[in-house]
Structures are given as C-alpha cells and as structure tokens.
Design a binder for this molecule. Sequence first.
Ligand code: HEC
Ligand code: HEC
Length: 840
Amino acid sequence: MRSFILFLLCLLPLNGRTQNQDNQNTLFPQLINPQGMSGGVTGGPLLPGFGDGSGTGELFFGGGMSGGIGGGFSPVATNQSEGLNLSGSSSLNTNCKPNNDFACGECETKLQDDFNSLIADITGNPSNGNHWSEDFKGNATIKPGVTLEDTLAKIKKMMKDQNPDGDNGLNYIVIGESESLQPSAVRDGKMYPRIALKSPSSELWVTFSTDPENEAYSTLEIMRWNGKAAKFEFMELDFAPNKRHMDGTGEKCLSCHKQPDPRPNWDTYRAWSGVVPSRDDMLEMHTENGEFVEGADAKMGTDGRAYLSFLEQVVDAKENKPNDRLALLDVPIDEKVQFAGREPKVSSLTPREQLEAIKKQTEETGFYRIPHYPYKEELRQQNFDGKTAEYTGPSQAAFDQMSGQNFCRISQRMKEHPDYDKFKYFLAGVAEGCNGASRNIADPDYPWIPDSYKTRILNHYKQNPRVSLRNLALAGKNVDVENFQSLETKLVEDTEENHKLANVFKVNRHERFLQQYLGDVEKQNRELVEKEARNFSSSIEAPMQYGFHAIDDFGGVNGVPEDAARPISSLRAVLNPLGIDVTQWSMMRGDDPDYNSLAFSDQFSLLYQQAAVREVLAEIRSKPSYNGDMCGTLRDLSYTSLADPIYPEDVEVLANEYDIESWCRDRIEAESFGESLSFSDNMKDIFEIGRRTIEEDAKDLTKRCASCHGQNGFFPFPGLDKMTPSRDWSDEAWSEFNSFLRAETSRRNDPASLKFIEKLEIASMPPSGWGVGNTPDEIRQEDRRRRMLLNDYVKLTAATTDSDDAIKSYCRGILNTTGSSIGGDLEDESQGLGEGATQQ
Ligand code: HEC
Ligand code: HEC
C-alpha cells in the first residue's frame, strides 16, 4: 500500500496544494516573442482603482503591462471594461443568486434541471431531473435505441427553447483546431471541427466531434456551472456500441481541465485561437496595414474563408444529408442588428440564401459579427457584466461569462481555505490597489507583510527557484533570489514571461489550423500557406468596428495586454506558501501540460469584485473604529494576521502539519522530477525556533511515557530508558531521545518519529492520557492539547536534523501516510494519517 501511494505520488501532476507545481521541463521550445511584444515593464499605466470605489485614493492598478503591442493602446479609454462599473459589476455576485446558500449566482438552473431530465430519460436512472441531484455524478448506462443524434437534437431544442431573450437562437462555436479529447481535423478538402454548444449564460456546454472517422464521434462532452458550490462539473456521454455510458465523475477530464478544482479551457480576450473565426467572432475582409484592401484586390480574410467553407458544409448537409449531425447547426444570422429591417426577413430565407447574405454583408461592410443570442442588452439581466461590446459574439460572451464564474470559484475556494483569515486583508489590499500590496510589496514604508512571513515567502521560493520561477528559468534568465526585494522583482518578471507564453501558444495553435485549412481545403502552395497562416495568426489587424469591438486590435490572435502582472505577483508571493496556487486560476491552457497560465488579459480585476474581497471591505467598514483609511486599516490587519502563524509563541500553527508536510512535499516532488535537492535550508531555522519554544513542555510531557517506555518499562526507547515518570531529564538522555526521534541512530527507512506521530494522532498514547481536568470533557480536551503539542514537537524535531538522509526518510514516510489525500483539505489529511496508522 505504502509504496503504491508513493509511486502514485511521483506520477501525480502536482496540484493546487503546493505551489511548486512546475517541474524542470525542457520540452519547451525556445521562446519566440510574438511580433511586437516587447515584454518590458513599462512602469504601469494608471487606471482607476477597481475595488468598489471606496479605496483611499490610491488608485493605481497593475503596473506590469507589457508595452508595445499593436500600438495606440490607450489603457484608460479602451479598456474592455469601458464604462467600467465601479460599483462592482461581476453579475454572478448579484444576479441569479437565490439565497446565501449559493456561493455564486446561477442563472440557468431551469435549463440544468431539464438537462438532467434528459439524462434521466436516456439512462432511465434516476427517473427525474434536478440540478442538485447527486445521481448524475456517477455512472449509468445509456438505454438501447437512444442515439447521439437524437440526444443532440433534444439538447439543441432545449437550449433554443430556453433562450427567449435571444430570439431562440442557438449559440455554438466552431473549434477548428481542438486540443481536447474530441480532436478536430481537416481532410479531403473539408473541415471536421469540434462544435461547442453554449447556453445563453455559458452555464451549460455540450460539445461534439464532426469527424466520423474519429473515435470521439460517439461522445458528447458536457460542462456545467454549479453556482451553489462554485464549481464546474464535467460529464461524458459515450454512445459507442461497446460503451453506451454516462460518466458523471468527470475524472477523465481533470488532466486538461486541471485538478483538484477543474475549470474551463478558454483563451484570453479578444481572440480565441483554434476557434473559427478566431478574432472576436468576426468574419473580416483581408487587410493590409490595418486597412481593408479595396477594389479589385479585395478578398475575404483567411478565417472568414475557412468559416464560410464550413458553413457551406453545414448548408450542404441541411440540403442533402438531413441525418448528418452538421444539419443540426443553424446559420448564424443576425436579424437584430446587421440584417435589421431587411425584406424579406433573413430568417425566412433558405439556409443557402442566409449563407449568401452573410457573405455579402462581409464583403460590403468589411466584416460580419457572428452574433451571440442574445446581444449584450438582454444579457445584462443574466450572467453578464454589462461591459464589453454592444454586439458581442459567442466566443467573447463565453469568455466574459466563464471569467465571472471562474473568479467566483476562485473567491469561494479562498473563503473556504483554512488560512483565509490570515491572508484576506492582504488580498483586499491588492484588490483596493493599495500601495505595498498590489505593488512594491518589499517597500518598507508600506509594511503589509511582517518579517517573519517575508522569511517564509523567501524560503518558499528559494527552495527551488527553477521550479517556482519556472517561466524565468525557461526564458534562460537568472533565478537566483537573494533577498525579499529581489524576489519581488523576479516574481513580476516570471509572471510577465508566463504572460508572453500565452500569446505564443495562441499564435501557434491558430497557425496550425490555418496551415491545414489553406493546404487541404484551398490547396494553396506550401510557401503561401505558411506565410498567410503566420501573418493571420500573429499580426493581421483590422479596423475597429464601433459597437462590435470594445477595444483595439492587438494583431492576429494575440490577447489584450495583461494588466495585472504586479497584483498577480503579489498574490503569488503571499498565497503560494499557504498552498494556494495562483497558477491554477487562469482559464488559459496552452498545449504544454506544465504551462500553468497566469494570463487573464485585462480581466484580473474581476477578482476584486468577488465575495472574498468585498466581505473583508464590508467587515472593516462596519467596525465602529474604522477611520476611513481603508488601505491603512487593511495594512495593519494584514501585518498582524500574517504574523500569527510564525510568531514563535503560537507554536500550534507554526508546527501544524501543513507547514512541514508542504515543505517535505516540495522536496519529494522536485526530487521525483530529477531535481537534486539539498534537504537543508532556512526553513529549518524556523522549525528550530518552534521546536525550542515547546521543548520544555515536551520534556515534561514525555515523562509520562516513561512508565512503560522508560527505565523499568517493558518497551524502552533510547534516552527514555534513563528515565522514570518522576525523574527530570538529563541533557544526555534528552539528546539521545531526540536523536532517536530523528532517526539519526535507528534504521533510516523506518524513522521513529513516524511511529510517534501515528500514535499521537490516533490518540493511542499514552493509553489513558494524562488525566488532567475536572470533567471528562475537560480531560479529553487537555489530553488532546498535550498530544498535539507532543506531535508538533516530534515533527519539528524530525525536520530539524542535520542529516539529509534522516529528513528524506521522514519526509517520504510522512507523505506515504498522507500522500493518498494530496489535493484534499487539511482535515482529510489528518484522517489519512490516522488510517495509515491503524492499517499497519
Ligand atoms: C486532452 C485535454 C482535454 C481533456 C482530457 C478534456 N478536455 Fe475539455 N477541453 C480541452 C480544451 C483544450 C478545450 C478548449 C477547446 C478545444 O480545444 O477544443 C476544452 C473545452 C471543453 C469544453 C468547452 C468549454 C470549455 O471549457 O472551453 C467542454 C464542455 C469540455 N471541454 C468538456 C470536457 C469533458 C466533459 C471532458 C472529460 C470527459 C474533457 N473536456 C476532457 C481539453 C481537454
Ligand atoms: C501504560 C503504558 C504505556 C504508556 C504510558 C505509553 N505507552 Fe506507548 N506503548 C505502549 C504499548 C503497550 C505499546 C505497544 C503496543 C502498540 O504499539 O500499541 C506502545 C507502543 C508505542 C509506540 C510504538 C513503538 C513501536 O516501535 O512500534 C510508540 C511510538 C509509543 N508507544 C509512544 C508513546 C508515547 C509518546 C507515550 C507518552 C506520551 C507512550 N507511548 C506512553 C504502552 C504505553
């Protein structure tokens, strides 16, 4: 059992519990900067603070903007959040939240209920649908006779019926280059994209393959937003004759949608690579130097051609192959705006005529926006933030809506974190744009972080900088961290390198798609293919279209510049040592499994509108003593609450298993990736302070063990064998006992400390406790306190040996017993430890 778990541990992708999720991956191609991306820190544009407007006039926000993309970007005027709603616009906090049992809003419960009814219908189990039923989280068999096509048709109808605000239109996204389990293809002059059906509020997604030759042609993949728990839930239906199952566990999905808390995979705003059309849902005529090419040389832009060629396939299916699943798709006409007032109505035309109308519209006006049903105005009532372009498209609505969900998820996970009370003031300080929190965290004039915690952060990052500053390392930059100041600088640089990669992934992915399309559908010659695919993906620019675009064009499929490198880096510094992994937040993926993105385009500020922040601000404002200085108040509270765990007198927290275990885990994980680690570092100094602080108490308490494990006991331990319960420890005996705990004297592969920890955690030693207290309850509590103190002492002692071998075996052992619950919360872990002991 043990070695099995350890084996698993080595295979496990590192996850949210430890921040050192990266490994020394050298598969990464040397980075090529996307065109025009300078990546320099430009000192930061000054944006109004994002919080709720109650900040203290410290209105700076961000500072890590990479300059030089596209040019002409005026961060104040053209931010996507134009018309920025300073009163907090994350609608999932306010809209569709039936009561406080819900962590976040959820606008489409009715649709989810219907969807579950459909699942119940096709599986016969259970008999009824309810979004909150647990019955859909397991496995079931699909009834004989039910086909994927029938099911899809029902889903389509359901989505349309439940979209009255969007004139019952169907939102779907064409994924020309998919990196999922439903691969796309281009073959024999045709596109075989993956199709994603999207509900109006992006709370229900159903995707399918259009490639009959692919195995995944038999599957439907489903992602659903659970607003009550703030979670994304995944499900697969497989109609293949030998499978015919519903898998509601979502386990298959974790590797790409990340674990332990999966989320969507969706690129950064304003272009979605692999999606066709990629650039903000726009069909565009060909441009040169940012202007449409006029006259005889005018032609449809690359993505426009690809999209229309696919619509051609759809129309062909509608006309000739009604059983082909492509025939299910509608031609995305825009009766509301772009075709408004036409006679006859475009909706009354045949699909082919509709396709022609779209083509003509693009040619005449230079562009056509694939509409989202409904447009922004009607969406405002639902899950949408009322920002961005008036006439938004489906990919963009998807981004905004899922960003809202995703940040509410992140907020909720933080609120659930056992250390929330320690870091929440810092978090709110970042959100409020306060000096020293969202930037310059090393600035001694704005002391948000006590020295003790700075040391902890520093040690955390120093332990394995090539891992924790992986992006810098990959870029071939120096990762040596000397002091807190230099750590701050490096973290910002690391975040910026990470940001650059997002665009590299995006450009490459779309380029791959276009190469296939141009080569296989258009049969162009190779040289032209490569040139056009590259040009379109990396640099093509088109004129801004008022009402359709909310922000400048940054060329190709590049994202809007990241505007929050500094706040993100501040949060990485403070949260990662607590096991909150900021690199698990972004929805951006990239095809390197070790790339954990920090990219949010210009939407990181959505975090600031979430409950994890707003509740802190409310708490402070409600204090009678509040003097109106929000940043100052937050700063003081942050300083003291972050200090707590490290103050030597607060040993319980200092020695809590998480600290030592995460410290161990970082080492073992790094080691399993081939990193050679010295097991001695500064963290030991902190453990040593803790050990000394409780040493006297521990000495006293272990006397109690001497009756059975001491001089006249039946089971003597080294050192303790010189003791009786009434004798005082001699220095020699005590040090011998400590050496024994540290496995310095006993067999290394079986450290005594682990046995002690097991016994103390399952409360089996001393068998009848100490018996101090007046009531049984008091006695129990006091016994517990003493056992935990001893337990802490044993852990700290084991971790403070000078023998690397001894620490290694201790770390391996402690992870063996707890390894199975990696990713679980603290409580699970201590239970794991207890079970490990009883199974021995
Ligand atoms: C091999 C990686 C991978 C696995 C495994 C995977 N997905 Fe995805 N998924 C993606 C990627 C990448 C996207 C983004 C669009 C694309 O490339 O097709 C995506 C997108 C989606 C979407 C559209 C919404 C979104 O998140 O963008 C749904 C729904 C979805 N996946 C469901 C599932 C389900 C259900 C499973 C498990 C049965 C699963 N996925 C497993 C990679 C994966
Ligand atoms: C009343 C007698 C008694 C007292 C007092 C006692 N123990 Fe034990 N201890 C035992 C017995 C009996 C065993 C062997 C059975 C077992 O493993 O549960 C044992 C086993 C152990 C073991 C496992 C040793 C091994 O190598 O398997 C540890 C560790 C331990 N005790 C620690 C302690 C500590 C620490 C204390 C004091 C806080 C303590 N014990 C007090 C009776 C006692």
